[in-house]
Design a protein around this ligand. Structure first.
Ligand SMILES: [Zn+2]
Length: 455
């Protein structure tokens, strides 16, 4: 009898435990009792110029019930924000402003503490809490920038230099910004806090202005305009009728060699492909190579005038704007980004300055193309070479032979296409071939800056 009566009671107790266990498992897994703490996105260190409120977001899957932000200087604490939500919110945005009272004006370093609690029933209905702390530094001082010396003038299509001083305890970025949006990056110069940079005025930009821009980590910005005298210059425009002999000759050959998949295009489409699509990708390759600026400090920048081809006669100028016509219709255009020099066929070329071979490859319309890095973001370029005497990575000395002239790429007669680049911008090669320009625009700027810096 006992055994018979015991069996159902044991079963009932067993069932009760099972139900309790089931309920616990359910609660444990239900969102009501979730155990995930709220998320607070906050940098470990914040630099603040007090101009804009500090914005942050606190999130939680089940919803937030409470958020508080407290600022402390080690002695005093001020609550910047305290929010209690009647309805739990999954997202709470907080914008913190610096308190008008509570801290001494000389206090610059604080601890920012953000606490948040969610609406979960976990922790005996108290919810999940989290506290995130951050070091907050107040910095309302703008970087100090002063121009020490600069080239007196810049010519359209040409280059110029500037040496400036820039100082800030928390400098984030430093560059020269132009009216056409290009940023030129400086190289540290001579002593701590001084910089040198070469800038360029592209031929296709009407006017030129440039400012040194210094930004610190707290968001303080200083701009100092560089006082250049602007010298305008007209560049030649010409209209070139395209001959079938040229289209069926050089253009068809280039397509066959470099873009055989385009062989079915019409003769005019082939020309447009070479003059536009191919040219663009070749110039993109040059831009990439010539945009690298050294970051190691320099004290000197010596350079001789370039004279790449002995007795080379100028056969086409820098900056020529060429319009092409076919059967009297305008079809395409181009800008000539270098100086064409010709002497004898396969004449040897040399570098007039030390440099590192940054590029020595076949490059579409430029044919066999050499680019030398002379430091300070200055590069010289040699196109249409018939053969190389150097390879990428070679360190060259002034006077070293680099290649022989030729007709590779988009060249009709044997010649050298000689280009000069400043931080990716093609500039007037004539300036870099001129000892007076070099002295006035670069060397005397360096000499005068050093006198000021060493004083
Ligand atoms: Zn050329």
């Amino acid at each position: 009898m006992r055994r018979k009566g015991n069996a159902p009671i044991g079963l009932i107790i067993g069932l009760i435990f099972l139900v309790i266990f089931g309920v616990l498992v359910y609660l444990y897994n239900s969102s009501l009792f979730e155990r995930e703490a709220p998320q607070i996105a906050l940098d470990k260190e914040i630099e603040w110029n007090l101009k804009e409120p500090i914005h942050m977001q606190v999130t939680d899957n089940t919803g937030l019930r409470f958020v508080r932000a407290t600022l402390s200087d080690g002695e005093k604490s001020v609550v910047l924000e305290s929010k209690e939500m009647k309805q739990p919110q999954t997202n709470v945005d907080i914008n913190l402003s610096f308190p008008k009272t509570g801290f001494g004006a000389n206090k610059k370093a604080f601890e920012l503490s953000i606490e948040a609690t969610d609406a979960s029933r976990w922790n005996f209905f108290a919810g999940n809490s989290v506290t995130v702390k951050s070091i907050l530094k107040v910095d309302t001082k703008r970087p100090e920038v002063s121009v020490i010396s600069n080239s007196y003038k810049i010519m359209k299509g040409g280059a110029a230099s500037v040496i400036f001083r820039a100082q800030d305890e928390a400098m984030k970025s430093l560059y020269v910004e132009t009216n056409f949006g290009k940023k030129f990056y400086p190289t540290p110069f001579h002593k701590d806090g001084y910089y040198i940079v070469l800038v360029a005025w592209p031929t296709n930009v009407t006017t030129f202005s440039a400012s040194v821009v210094a930004k610190d980590r707290a968001g303080n910005v200083t701009r100092a305009q560089i006082p250049y005298f602007l010298q305008d210059r007209k560049y030649k425009t010409s209209t070139i009728p395209l001959q079938d002999s040229f289209l069926d000759g050089k253009i068809a050959d280039l397509i066959g060699e470099m873009a055989p998949e385009r062989s079915s295009l019409s003769r005019l489409e082939k020309f447009k492909f070479v003059n536009e699509t191919m040219r663009q990708s070749n110039e993109a390759a040059i831009l990439k190579v010539t945009s690298v600026v050294p970051t190691a400090r320099i004290s000197e920048f010596a350079m001789k005038p370039f004279y790449p081809l002995r007795n080379g006669k100028v056969v086409a100028s820098f900056g020529d704007h060429r319009f092409y016509e076919y059967e009297k219709q305008p079809v395409s255009e181009s800008h000539h980004l270098g100086l064409d020099l010709a002497s004898n066929a396969q004449a040897p070329m040399q570098t007039s300055n030390d440099g590192v071979v940054a590029f020595a490859r076949e490059n579409g319309i430029y044919g066999n193309n050499i680019i030398l890095d002379h430091g300070l973001g200055v590069y010289s370029l040699y196109g249409h070479c018939s053969s190389y005497m150097i390879k990428e990575g070679d360190a060259l000395k002034a006077g070293d032979s680099i290649a022989k002239t030729g007709t590779t790429g988009l060249a009709l007669g044997d010649h050298l296409h000689f280009g000069m680049y400043v931080q990716g911008i093609d500039v007037r090669p004539e300036e870099w071939m001129d000892s007076v320009w070099l002295k006035e625009s670069i060397f005397s700027v360096i000499d005068s800056a050093k006198k000021t810096i060493d004083r």
